[in-house]
Design a protein around this ligand. Structure first.
Ligand code: BTN
Length: 227
């Protein structure tokens, strides 16, 4: 069962659930919190204009959320989404800012989009039965049904969002840090024009990565992390 209050749009095949969410928002079809789900995507979108391979057997799910919170806080939804998926999998690690890994390989990616309107788009792709060779899928390690997982993700997301609205980011931050990949080790963070190297020492209260270097702790709002 899905939590009350979400309208669910289900499709067999879509270009992208994020793009469909945007279309439904722009056409004023969506009126309130919604979930858009597809069994397959033909133009799945990843971060930084990458494509997200989207055959059947995996999860392609997008939340369209009516903005009832400070726009400055929207990046925290990538952590809420990560924890909503990660709570189901004891072996998972969170890779800053948006990835979930099992055995060091990517199993889930999250793509936030906000195009200036009243809605935030939170896209979640989970490899359940298929993955590219460089990544992994949940059922290489567990045995889950896609529909069962979708239901758990939506319920976990709703629960974490409700607590976040009431109490702020502290709980999600703590859950995320408990399973943070690369914590207390040396990392490189690739930003637009520069790569910074240092020790990953935590997350601040907004979700920025804290990187300790010779000249002190740097707060990094966006970038890509690697060893
Ligand atoms: C990443 O690059 O890690 C983000 C991948 C996000 C993929 C999901 S699948 C559901 C939603 N629809 C899309 O087109 N992309 C996101």
């Amino acid at each position: 069962m899905f939590p009350a209050g979400y309208v669910v749009y289900k499709y067999n095949k879509l270009g992208s659930t994020n793009s469909q969410a945007l279309r439904l928002i722009n056409d004023s079809v969506i009126n309130g919190d919604s979930v858009i789900i597809a069994s397959e995507q033909t133009e799945g979108k990843g971060r930084a204009t990458k494509t997200w391979l989207s055959p059947t057997g995996n999860i392609y799910l997008t939340f369209a959320l009516k903005l009832k919170f400070d726009i400055q806080l929207i990046s925290q939804f990538s952590f809420i989404a990560a924890v909503a998926v990660g709570e189901i999998l004891d072996e998972v690690q969170y890779k800053w800012p948006n990835d979930l890994l099992i055995s060091g390989k990517k199993v889930c990616g999250i793509l936030l989009e906000h195009h200036g309107g009243d809605y935030l788009i939170v896209g979640i792709g989970v490899n359940v039965n298929n993955s590219p060779d460089y990544a992994t899928c949940i059922n290489e390690h567990y045995s889950f049904e896609v529909n069962e997982l979708i239901c758990e993700i939506v319920n976990n997301f709703h629960h974490e969002k409700k607590l976040w609205l009431k109490n702020g980011f502290a709980r999600v931050r703590e859950l995320w840090l408990e399973k943070a990949w690369g914590m207390n080790s040396r990392l490189k963070v690739k930003m637009k024009n520069v790569v910074l190297e240092g020790e990953f020492v935590g997350l601040d209260e907004e979700g920025s990565l804290l990187l300790m270097r010779g000249d002190g702790v740097h707060k990094i709002r966006s970038g890509e992390v690697f060893i």
